[in-house]
Design a protein around this ligand. Structure first.
Ligand SMILES: C[S@@+](CC[C@H](N)C(=O)[O-])C[C@H]1O[C@@H](n2cnc3c(N)ncnc32)[C@H](O)[C@@H]1O
Length: 413
């Protein structure tokens, strides 16, 4: 393993090298807003942007998540486009790439002082069964009142969005849910005392304002979303225009984003108990597969090792075999779709982890490279870096296998 402060230039990286990036500076500027699951450290997209683009080139992240790539692109004066199927991704990326003026900040501070929880007592609660299981009664009232107070404000969209990001950042801490585990879960062993919502919200607003109110970082572009589904989004205007796509797709069978972001999406009224399952089906790596869908396994990728491993898994676990198969079908669709957006000299930098399912190891990067080559890409490099922050990149329980390294794959059009 090679320890470095910063990843070297692409020409100085040998295939299959493993790096450890020695930095704790991962939450600078707006990167620390909201604890989004499985985000990568900003040093990764920063490296890709420095190596594959010039000022004013277009950078796309088709699994934008918390917008790490988009913020780095904007800071480095590259136009930044995003795609993600979760609404929170759009909201976060927009807010993280928008500065507040001194006037906005002053206004936000007055807004905070005027909040009166009692005024919203009759407002309808979100449609989530057992709200009381997750939150104490007093916080349910505060969260509901705060939501209506924010969305009914007569203020600019940028202020409302900023407050909504502070709002969703207060939800987990206001609940009984454990904060170390990405998915909401209440530990019976270690009962947690939820924080008081309004006070917490005010503290977060102050903290985020401080992060944005700086001359050390300059944003040049605002994140713009051009689709929801990485497999088939269509924005013809950008065909052959993108210089770099830098993205980390979901892991197979490890992070269920819909479940992890469920409480926040329910409070934002993006989702409720009635449509959550439908939404899950569009997630790459989804486990929302019904028994009648996995009776037979017919798809073959024409990649012997991958096909054999899926067959092997099918013998012991039909459902998991289908999940894995569907993952690679979806990723192949994504790889084909992305090629349309890339310029002739454009690159797709993919960040993925290996996974282990029922003791069968799937070196995901290997199969994605083969799928890309099958679809006319050239693979120029693959190397790894050590994951140092377990919350961000490793599921706590080893479901889906232990992901110790992330692989960085460079594909050229
Ligand atoms: C590993 S995370 C990306 C994290 C991101 N790199 C960051 O730093 O925040 C994967 C993302 O893929 C998104 N996703 C899952 N299925 C998708 C689909 N079909 N189309 C687009 N995005 C999808 C999830 O919502 C999640 O935000």
């Amino acid at each position: 393993m090679i320890s470095v402060e910063k990843l070297p230039n692409i020409d100085n990286i040998e295939n299959n090298e493993i790096y450890e990036i020695l930095t704790n500076n991962v939450g600078y500027f707006t990167h620390s807003f909201f604890k989004y699951p499985a985000k990568f450290i900003p040093q990764i997209p920063a490296w890709a942007i420095d190596n594959f683009t010039n000022t004013d080139d277009i950078v796309l992240d088709c699994f934008a998540g918390s917008g790490t790539t988009l913020i780095e692109a904007s800071l480095k004066s590259r136009e930044c486009l995003g795609v993600d199927f979760d609404e929170i991704s759009r909201l976060l990326s927009r807010v993280k790439s928008t500065k507040l003026s001194k006037k906005d900040i002053k206004l936000i501070k007055t807004i905070l002082l005027k909040f009166d929880k009692e005024k919203y007592i009759d407002k309808p609660l979100p449609k989530l069964k057992n709200l009381n299981h997750w939150f104490p009664e007093k916080n349910i009232k505060s969260l509901n009142a705060l939501y209506f107070y924010i969305i009914e404000l007569k203020a600019s969209k940028k202020i409302i969005d900023f407050l909504l990001v502070c709002y969703i950042s207060s939800i987990r801490k206001s609940s009984y849910s454990d904060e170390q585990s990405p998915k909401p879960y209440i530990s019976t062993k270690h009962k947690k005392e939820p924080k008081e919502t309004v006070q917490l919200f005010n503290t977060i607003v102050e903290k985020y304002i401080e992060k944005l109110d700086t001359d050390d970082f300059n944003l040049h572009f605002k994140a713009k979303f051009i689709g929801n589904d990485a497999r088939n989004f269509k924005a013809k205007k950008y065909y052959n225009k993108v210089k770099l796509v830098c993205a980390s797709p979901p892991y197979i069978n490890a992070f269920d984003y819909v479940r992890i972001l469920r409480l926040e999406n329910v409070w934002l009224r993006n989702l409720d108990d009635n449509n959550i399952i439908e939404h899950k089906k569009n997630q790459i790596g989804t486990e929302q597969i019904y028994a009648n869908e996995y009776n037979e396994l017919t798809h073959k990728f024409g990649i012997a090792e991958l096909d054999n491993k899926i067959d092997e898994l099918y013998k012991i676990d039909k459902k998991r075999a289908h999940i894995v198969c569907k993952y690679f079908v979806d990723m192949e669709e994504n790889i084909i779709n992305i090629r349309k957006y890339l310029k002739e000299d454009g690159s797709y930098v993919l960040v993925v982890g290996d996974c282990e399912i029922r003791k069968i190891v799937f070196p995901v990067y290997k199969y994605l490279i083969e799928l890309a080559e099958k679809n006319k890409y050239k693979n120029s490099k693959v190397f790894s870096y050590l994951i140092r922050n377990p919350y961000l990149r490793i599921p706590r329980k080893k479901r889906g296998g232990l992901i110790k390294y992330d692989r960085i794959i460079v594909l050229n059009k």
